[in-house]
Design a protein around this ligand. Structure first.
Ligand code: ARG
Ligand code: ZN
Length: 415
């Protein structure tokens, strides 16, 4: 019996999975400057995982602040909350149970499913099979490897043509823990293949244009969230002089790099990296888009959570040259999305709508000349946050399809 217990412990230690027993996710509502200061100080003295906004530096008055507090700090946090009289609610009572409810990872390896959160290994074999069994509409191309050596494969959807077609580029999974995002890219590929020929809009889109889909941008990080730490956000690159791993890929693009809403501290979740494109995944995507610059007419990037449809700029409060068109398309796309299940989205330029944050892929693509550049923040608004239940994958993807198709149709009309 003792031996068994010991073996169990050893196996557990070897698996090296971060557990979150008793950890809680709070929503704080700072309404005074003191509250803001307090949150920032808290972040300095204890290990707080910011869910929204992504770091303490981005906290301002009158916004909801969602934070994950490890169990050991709960007493302390409650004392502070009471003393300061800051309004708050508990979003998630016990993070570990929420994680376990979300994904039944016990049955692994599992076969691929569009209504499940698939592991990277499963997605990788799906990429191979989906592209070989639909070769008239889809092809694949490796655009480079990740830091840990995993191949980054872009799927090209579209009717084969002898001349080069204009294209849309879409990526998912820039941030590792936003699992609904890669689920959407897989859904999109399935929908494109299964509705081509029957849905007139999809047919026309794929006849006239190609859609490049990168199902998982930050593969190393995504794999890490399945195997080691569900709450991981960044890449996993190693850097000399620090034990902290990775950088935030959406702070690592060359667009006002590291000037706002990003951190130069390698241990921060919004670390901008040692230089623009220091992260190989970012460089691979940027190189691909630069190479195909003349044909790429739209850039779409999928994140979660908050239910937002954002467009440039985020590195500055200045309005984009195409602001009014971008806004109009975003609003119409949001109403299309809402028409299905009533899910409400807010749209606007990133800096003014949420917060200034430089080094994002959307701003970079826009400044490169890709006019229709959009960032989606999918469901929900915080009830489950990153732990959106698998039962919401289908409705989330269905409604998001409507918005993406609206944007695509507008791009098509304006070729
Ligand atoms: N939550 C996303 C992030 O922080 C928003 C991205 C908006 N665009 C941007 N360039 N900051 O990465
Ligand atoms: Zn994100």
């Amino acid at each position: 019996m003792k031996v068994l217990l010991l073996l169990g412990l050893v196996a557990f230690a070897l698996a090296d999975i971060t557990r979150f027993e008793g950890d809680r996710v709070f929503r704080l509502k700072p309404v005074l400057d003191e509250h803001v200061t307090l949150i920032k100080e808290l972040a300095k003295s204890i290990q707080v995982d910011f869910w929204r906004p992504e770091t303490s530096e981005l906290v301002t008055i009158d916004i909801d602040v969602d934070i994950h507090v490890p169990a050991v700090y709960l007493d302390m946090v409650y004392t502070i909350l009471q003393q300061s009289d800051m309004e708050h609610e508990v979003l998630i009572e016990d993070l570990q149970s929420a994680i376990e409810i979300q994904a039944d990872s016990k049955v692994s390896p599992r076969s691929h499913s569009y209504i499940r959160y698939n592991t990277w290994d499963t997605i990788q074999s799906w990429i191979a099979s989906v592209s070989s069994s639909n070769s008239n509409l889809i092809s694949k191309q490796v655009i480079g490897n990740t830091y840990e050596g995993r191949p980054m494969t872009v799927l090209k959807l579209g009717k084969k043509s002898s001349s080069t077609k204009p294209a849309i580029f879409m990526d998912c999974g820039i941030h590792a823990r936003e699992w609904i995002s890669p689920a959407f890219c897989q859904w999109f590929v399935k929908e494109a293949l299964s509705t081509y020929g029957s849905d007139s809009q999809m047919t026309s889109l794929l006849n006239q244009m190609d859609v490049f889909v990168l199902p998982v941008f930050n593969i190393d990080g995504y794999d890490f969230t399945h195997k080691s730490n569900r709450m991981w956000r960044k890449t996993l690159s190693k850097k000399s002089g620090t034990a902290c791993l990775g950088a935030d890929p959406n702070r690592n693009f060359n667009a006002g790099w590291c000037t706002a809403g990003a951190s130069s501290n390698p241990c921060s979740d919004t670390y901008c990296g040692s230089a623009p494109e220091s992260e190989i995944e970012v460089k691979n995507v940027a190189d691909f888009i630069r190479r195909n610059k003349s044909i790429i007419k739209a850039y779409i990037t999928i994140h979660s959570y908050s239910q937002l449809l954002l467009f440039p700029y985020s590195y500055t409060f200045q309005l984009a040259a195409d602001h009014s068109e971008l806004l109009q398309v975003a609003q119409a796309a949001s109403s299309a999305l809402r028409s299905l299940y009533g899910t409400a989205y807010t749209s606007g330029p990133g800096a003014a709508t949420i917060y200034p944050a430089a080094g994002g892929s959307d701003d970079w693509a826009y400044d490169l000349g890709v006019k229709y550049s959009y960032t989606f923040e999918l469901r929900d608004t915080g009830r489950y946050g990153f732990l959106l239940p698998e039962s919401q994958i289908k409705p989330t993807c269905e409604e998001t399809m409507l918005a993406v198709k609206y944007i695509a149709a507008h791009v098509q009309k304006n070729l």
